[in-house]
Write a protein that binds this ligand. Structure first.
Ligand SMILES: Nc1ncnc2c1ncn2[C@@H]1O[C@H](COP(=O)(O)OP(=O)(O)OP(=O)(O)O)[C@@H](O)[C@H]1O
Ligand SMILES: [Mg+2]
Length: 243
């Protein structure tokens, strides 16, 4: 459902020169699976996800998301995906509920279907207490929950989740990880990035280790274990990245 072929993004910066943020990345995310991206700060995870969400244009290479080419049919790609990023803008003046409703309507959901889904999400993420509160009066964890509810509202086929549990407490994180796990359906693919190894270990069917824009290894946890002779994902990660 996501296939990239030599996808590359080079930033040109006056001070730093040429930055190969994403360097010839070829990966395949299959339906029914969660594909995890692990990498240090600055490894290229967010840039890769922004390319796939058509927010950025690649320098070279290409990708298909849900069957559509990111360069030829970016509008179709946008229709098919739910993208959660740390920079996902929330409108400060809307309440939590208005925000989620707004995105549901934007995605063409019918009112009765939308109401059912909003109730379900607010209940599941324990958001009813601040349902009618304006976004600018929410804590950062509460805002993150609103962003997550917003991303999932229309049940997208392809989910691209950039550090969904960033800034969330341990109980909330667990709830979100369980929810993502349950959302893995036979015709849905989930691309997920994290710095938290237990999350990746618990959730991901496939794990890619990205370093300085390049994919160093891809495989199931078992495959990475047998390749490195190590058991814990932390150790495996550090060994592959070599730092
Ligand atoms: N708009 C930009 N202009 C110039 N350089 C950029 C831009 N966006 C990202 N970069 C650079 O690209 C590289 C990859 O950054 P990216 O945000 O993709 O990393 P990341 O893996 O998401 O890191 P983190 O774990 O900290 O979120 C970094 O060197 C970053 O400084
Ligand atoms: Mg990032």
């Amino acid at each position: 459902m996501i296939v990239t072929s030599n996808l590359t993004k080079i930033f040109r910066d006056k001070k730093r020169g040429e930055i190969r943020a994403v360097d010839s990345v070829s990966i395949e995310c299959q339906p029914g699976r969660v594909f995890g991206l692990l990498g240090l700060n600055g490894a290229g995870k967010t840039t890769l996800m922004r390319l796939l969400s058509t927010i950025l244009k690649p320098t070279s290479g290409t990708a298909k998301v849900a069957g559509f080419d990111i360069l030829e049919q970016p509008e179709k790609v946008k229709e098919k995906i739910g993208f959660l990023s740390c920079e996902t803008g929330l409108y400060h003046r809307l309440t939590a509920e208005e925000t989620v409703n707004y995105f549901g309507r934007l995605n063409g959901m019918k009112e009765d279907q939308l109401k059912r889904r909003v109730d379900e999400m607010f209940e599941r993420f324990d958001m009813n207490e601040f349902r009618k509160r304006r976004v600018d009066k929410l804590s950062s964890g509460m805002k993150q929950k609103v962003s997550i509810a917003r991303t999932f509202i229309n049940d997208p086929e392809v989910l691209i989740l950039d550090e969904p549990t960033l800034g969330l407490d341990v109980v909330t994180s667990r709830g979100i990880i369980d929810f993502i796990k349950k959302s893995r359906g036979s015709n849905r693919c989930i691309l997920f990035s994290t710095h938290v190894m237990w999350e990746a270990q618990k959730l991901c069917d496939d794990i890619a280790i990205i370093h300085k824009g390049k994919i160093l290894e891809v495989g199931t946890l078992e495959q990475l274990r047998s390749k490195t002779g190590l058991n814990d994902l932390d150790d495996i990660f550090v060994k592959i990245v070599g730092e």
